[in-house]
Ligand binder design. Sequence first.
Ligand code: PLP
Length: 235
Amino acid sequence: MSLAENYQQIQARIEAACKRVGRDPGTVLLLPVSKGQPARAVEEAAGLGLRVFGENKVQEARVKIGQCPGRLQWHMIGHLQSNKARDAVQIFSMIESIDSLELAAEVNKWAHKFGKRVPILLEVNCAAEATKYGFAPEAVPGAVEQINKLPRLELHGLMTIAPYTLTPEKVRPYFTKLRELKEKGGELLGAPLPHLSMGMSGDFEVAIEEGATIVRIGTALFGARKPVAAALAEK
Ligand SMILES: *Cc1c(COP(=O)(O)O)cnc(C)c1O
């Protein structure tokens, strides 16, 4: 199937999921995840009207962004090492993967140096998986309050990566949990947090039913990923 056909199908599935729970499809951002894809694929997606893309590595993103039209925006969705915070602040319009207070402080520091404000999401390790980054659910309220004190960070909400499953219904409780944590965070701050980034190719419909406002979709849109070097060499 072509990218355009995949995009149409995904849009139809987003609309159907919204309809099931009475949501406006305009409240769900489809974030195409372009890691492992060449710049050519990004340009093709941009031609379909997609404007904001997700990448999970600073180095790959930096090269690819240089190969792509300048009007596009980019979200960081992968684990960010502190020594890459400077680059990340320069190239991303949102960092969805703030997974520690130390990283938040580092991003705040560079944002200050560059005279910027950086939209962020806190990553939550909802299923307490040893292989995943993110705040433990019980640490989220405290982290929200701490991060709210950092003047250069704009906290827009929460992000999670659900455990891998072939049965999306099984991960619904994690999405429900993230929504509850977002609501609690909004109460603590006295203003609602707008974003819930949750749901990927295998589970985005359940995530939308539970309130996702950003769904991060790679393979269902672009097909299989390539090794990074191959994707970047192809352009
Ligand atoms: C790769 C990735 C995705 C997209 O995964 P697919 O299953 O290909 O849709 C979403 N979120 C994060 C954080 C990722 O690293």
